[in-house]
Design a protein around this ligand. Structure first.
Ligand code: KG4
Ligand code: ZN
Length: 420
């Protein structure tokens, strides 16, 4: 099955085409379990545009998605070698189905409608089995562009449409492995053993999710205030390092300490709370006061070594809490696999320290054959992409009822969509 997926929940316009094979139930052997081959994975980032504002501006994101989605779509088809044009004589306008028309689907995106009518009739309909689209959580103005474009393509090309939860995408991204063979191929779904614990760490979410079986998610803990990625971004802003903060803070944190007696210490919020919830707003405020105090002692300027020390200690505080709570959840639910997903999963220290912690802890398992394994996506699949959305759509078509939406007019953006 070939699936084209569209992702516009935040500041990335992403379209991918994925070839998927295998069955979820029962995966009798490695060959028959779901596995993926990425035919194209196009991501057009708006980071530079939003950097000026220090964060993502929803209406700017909407406008950019509207402008970029068709170029990204063409590129995704080209990369997958599915882009062919039709001769003019064969270009036929679309007839309304019941009372659905293209004009109605795209009436809130007049620019996109214009581009659509000009470009899409010239493209030969490719051999794609379904269209998938993220419908939440995320920024609603941004989500709507992807949804309406997906509806328009599904309508024009008469393809089934599968709505996907973005956070489920970040979990299933762990099955996408750019380094495997064949290149751009996927890992086998058999690598996920149940029960699994997924830690989702992104700009908008920090969640621990229990998976007892495929397509079944229970949130067992989440942040009570800021998401961890948001805390990285805010700390970077306080230190005037730019946006997005995660990669910059991580880079500075990785510098060798110039300050042998750094006395910078930050709290590990809710480390001993006994539940699986998180809180990062107190940590962020602690950084704010720390900066203020240090500046007072240093004529209002922080030297580079001090900034690096702050980044290192902040990052370590965040990692300590994330690792500890995830390991505790693993023990409580006797999990066999830990999955990490979302933008912050790109953090090298986080990846390394999770690997170390799991190695140390796997001895608690009595059944040494099952062990405890760690699945983290390759770097290009930790941040937002559409391949993960296509992979979820395949699993849903394969293993869930009602995965295809019957009446496309009913599909709406849900900014606060919850994983169930
Ligand atoms: O999943 P994502 O691309 O978008 C959302 O769905 O939010 O995550 C973006 C977040 C940002 O907060 C960014 O600062 C953070 O992921 N991030 C990182 C790193 N790379 C991206 N945080 C820490 N270390 C990194 N290397
Ligand atoms: Zn995301």
């Amino acid at each position: 099955m070939k699936i084209l997926a569209i992702e516009t929940s935040c500041d990335e316009t992403a379209i991918s085409i994925l070839e998927a094979k295998g069955e979820l139930n029962p995966p009798a052997n490695i060959v028959s379990a779901p596995h993926f081959k990425i035919l194209s994975n196009v991501v057009s980032s708006q980071i530079k545009l939003h950097a000026k504002w220090g964060g993502v501006v929803p209406n700017l994101a909407r406008r950019e998605h509207e402008k970029n989605i068709i170029p990204v779509f063409r590129k995704a088809l080209k990369e997958a070698k599915m882009f062919n044009t039709v001769s003019k004589s064969k270009v036929t306008p679309w007839k309304p189905v019941q009372d659905v028309t293209l004009e109605k689907i795209l009436h809130r995106e007049p620019e996109l409608l214009k581009q659509f009518l000009k470009e899409i009739p010239k493209i030969k309909i490719p051999k794609i089995d379904a269209i998938a689209v993220t419908y939440g959580p995320g920024l609603e103005p941004a989500l709507w562009v992807g949804i309406n474009f997906a509806k328009a393509i599904a309508f024009a090309w008469k393809k089934p449409l599968v709505p996907v939860n973005h956070m489920e995408g970040h979990i299933i991204a762990s099955l996408l492995n750019g380094k495997s063979n064949p290149p751009n191929g996927g890992q086998n779904a058999k690598l996920i053993k149940f029960p699994s614990i997924a830690l989702l760490v992104s700009g908008g979410h920090t969640e621990l999710v229990l998976m007892k079986k495929w397509l079944n998610y229970k949130i067992i803990g989440q942040t009570r205030d800021d998401a961890v990625g948001e805390a990285f971004d805010k700390v970077a802003r306080m230190l005037e390092l730019g946006y997005p903060g995660g990669p910059i803070v991580a880079k500075l944190a990785s510098l060798e300490s110039q300050n042998s007696e750094s006395e910078i210490k930050l709290p590990r919020p809710m480390l001993a709370s006994g539940d699986f919830d998180f809180s990062f707003s107190g940590l962020k405020t602690a950084v704010l006061y720390l900066i203020k105090n240090l500046k007072e002692n240093k004529d209002n300027v922080l030297d580079e070594a001090t900034i690096a020390d702050i980044c290192r200690e902040f990052q370590q505080a965040a990692i300590d809490v994330l690792v500890s709570k995830t390991i505790n959840a693993t023990k409580k639910y006797k999990a066999k696999t830990i999955i990490i997903g979302g933008g912050v999963a790109a953090n090298k220290e986080l990846r390394n320290q999770f690997a170390e912690a799991i190695e140390k802890e796997s001895s608690y398992q009595t059944d040494s054959k099952t062990g405890l394994s760690l699945l983290i996506p390759d770097l290009n699949f930790t941040t937002d992409n559409a391949s993960m959305i296509a992979a979820v759509a395949y699993l849903r078509i394969n293993g869930a009822k009602n995965s295809i939406i019957k009446d496309i007019s009913k599909l709406k953006a849900d900014g606060n969509l919850i994983l169930k």
